[in-house]
Design a protein. Structure first.
Lengths: 419, 91
């Protein structure tokens, strides 16, 4: 049996309408490598997807193993933490049937990696376990004009939605959920809410079904086909109940209903002060103001006494409730009294801060508004995909011909993205 | 469908997980969000949160009712059935 003859290998998929040429150049990004995301990645790898980009900051827990087929239990036996993105990437490389697969992974929150991580993707699968981050992904993919497939599940039910993002007028994910808060909250706060609502069980079968559904619609998107465009499909595995919801554009949607124009590359490093961005923008923006991709938290009240505490971090970097020097730490986090900045003018003291400390990573994409004309100019800081992702390709020393992982260490990603 | 009387419409909300129904008489200017808030207040559905969000569907058309729009603007008529859909962020 010749497993290397591509025409035989994918004969069934070809009959089903998959175009090998498209799959051999396809780039699919998966954000969130839990049970749903890793099942989707496995199926994408088996389908011969050329390039996978995987983004997740979390570590693998024992309870993940039974629902995540890509995580190799032998590699998880040690005491060192293993990151979901890395483990999923290595597993995908082992099972991929692409001729020359590339798997990139970033051990980071999506907010850290930024919009630059999505550029060049044919489709993005949102499999992250936070409605807030789904809202951010919905805006990011809309701005970049990249289709998004969303999946989620709970108990015996789940849903997937498809957003082609080909025009700004289409209904977006946030049209359906305008009440989802748009960013001024921390992961800690989110975690507290999840805990308060109870654990979310996700069984193997649920993850496999919804991972497969998301994969199929991602592959359809690679072929520029959107049979579920602008709709949400609900399925209850136990009762067999289904429902298809046709999404409607909400005239008061808080989300983004426009697309970027040309993204200008700026020769500004994220290690330079933000004022360098203003200098670089002078040729095309006479009165520039920078719109930060994520709100910047200047200060927050002490969790106990309420006195102001300097924070100076992007909102996604606020992982612990702040305390003033006089108060002991308490596991509470409030949002009242937060001083948050979303735009920065050249005269603002924040313009003297390094871009990285403001949440702008390598290859970050942000918008500069020319207040003189009201025109928004999307720009990209210096950097490329290799700055954002670790990359693994077959043929190196990572995967042997028989699929056994070789020479892989447990060290965290070398990509430094924390401000 | 029946024409609305005295500025009120009666809508039947369907539970996202089971066969329960909630019949409510609503003003035509009631928004989708206000309707959801009322369903939560009456303990028909659990409060939305970090892992759970709701949408309303007009069963007659299959389309969502924008939460910022009034039910009348969204085309809800007296006697309409409105499934409440639940989106989960579990993944």
């Amino acid at each position: 049996m010749d497993t290397n003859t591509s025409s035989d290998l994918f004969s069934r998929e070809t009959l089903a309408g998959y175009d090998r040429k498209r799959m051999e150049s396809a780039v699919v990004t998966v954000v969130g490598l839990g049970a749903g995301g890793s099942n989707a990645v496995q199926t994408l790898a088996l389908a011969g997807t050329n390039e996978l980009r995987l983004i997740d900051f979390d570590t693998v827990e024992v309870s993940n193993l039974t629902r995540s087929p890509l995580f190799d239990r032998r590699r998880l036996a040690g005491k060192k933490p293993r990151f979901k993105a890395r483990e999923a990437a290595l597993g995908a490389l082992v099972c991929s049937y692409a001729a020359d697969p590339t798997v990139r992974f970033a051990i980071a929150r999506f907010e850290e990696a930024g919009l630059g991580a999505l550029v060049g993707s044919d489709v993005v699968i949102a499999a992250v376990d936070s409605l807030r981050v789904r809202a951010l992904l919905a805006d990011a993919t809309r701005l970049l004009g990249i289709p998004m497939v969303e999946l989620g599940f709970f108990e015996s039910r789940g849903q997937i939605s498809v957003f082609p993002n080909s025009t700004g007028e289409e209904p977006c994910w946030r049209c359906q959920h305008p009440q989802v808060e748009d960013g001024v909250a921390s992961c800690t706060l989110y975690a507290q809410r999840v805990a308060a609502e109870g654990h979310i069980p996700a069984t193997q079968s649920l993850a496999a079904v919804f991972g497969a559904l998301a994969t199929e619609h991602a592959i359809q998107a690679v072929h520029h086909r959107f049979p579920l465009a602008g709709r949400t499909f609900f399925l209850d595995l136990h009762s067999g109940r289904t429902n298809v919801l046709s999404l409607t554009t909400d005239p008061c949607c808080p989300g983004v209903h426009r697309r970027f124009g040309e993204v200008r590359p700026l020769m500004v490093s994220c290690d330079e002060p933000l004022r360098a961005v203003f200098d670089a923008a002078r040729p095309f923006a006479t009165d520039p103001i920078v719109h930060l991709p994520a709100p910047f938290v200047v200060q927050m009240p002490c969790a106990e006494c309420g006195s102001p505490v300097e924070v100076a971090k992007p909102v996604w970097g606020v992982l612990q409730p702040p305390h003033c020097e006089k108060c002991p730490e308490l596991p509470q986090l409030g949002e009242r009294g937060m001083v948050v900045v979303s735009t920065v003018a050249a005269s603002d003291p924040l313009a003297q801060r390094r871009c990285r400390t403001l949440g702008l990573s390598l290859a970050a994409i942000l918008e500069i508004e020319d207040r003189a004309t009201g025109v928004m100019h999307p720009v990209k800081l210096a950097g490329n995909l290799d700055d954002l992702f670790d990359v693994r390709r077959r043929g190196g020393n990572t995967v042997s011909p028989n699929g056994i992982l070789m020479n892989e260490t447990a060290t965290p990603s070398s990509k430094e993205m924390n401000p | 469908m029946n024409a609305p009387t005295n500025g009120k419409i009666t809508a039947v909300f369907l539970h996202p997980r089971d066969s329960r129904e909630f019949r409510a008489e609503l003003g035509q200017n009631t928004t989708g969000q206000q309707a959801i808030d009322g369903l939560v207040k009456n303990k028909f559905i659990e409060p939305p949160g970090g892992t759970r969000a709701y949408a309303l569907q007009l069963q007659r058309t299959g389309a969502t009712i924008p939460l910022s729009s009034s039910l009348a603007t969204a085309g809800v008529q007296d006697g309409d059935h409105i499934p409440v859909t639940e989106t989960s962020a579990g993944a």
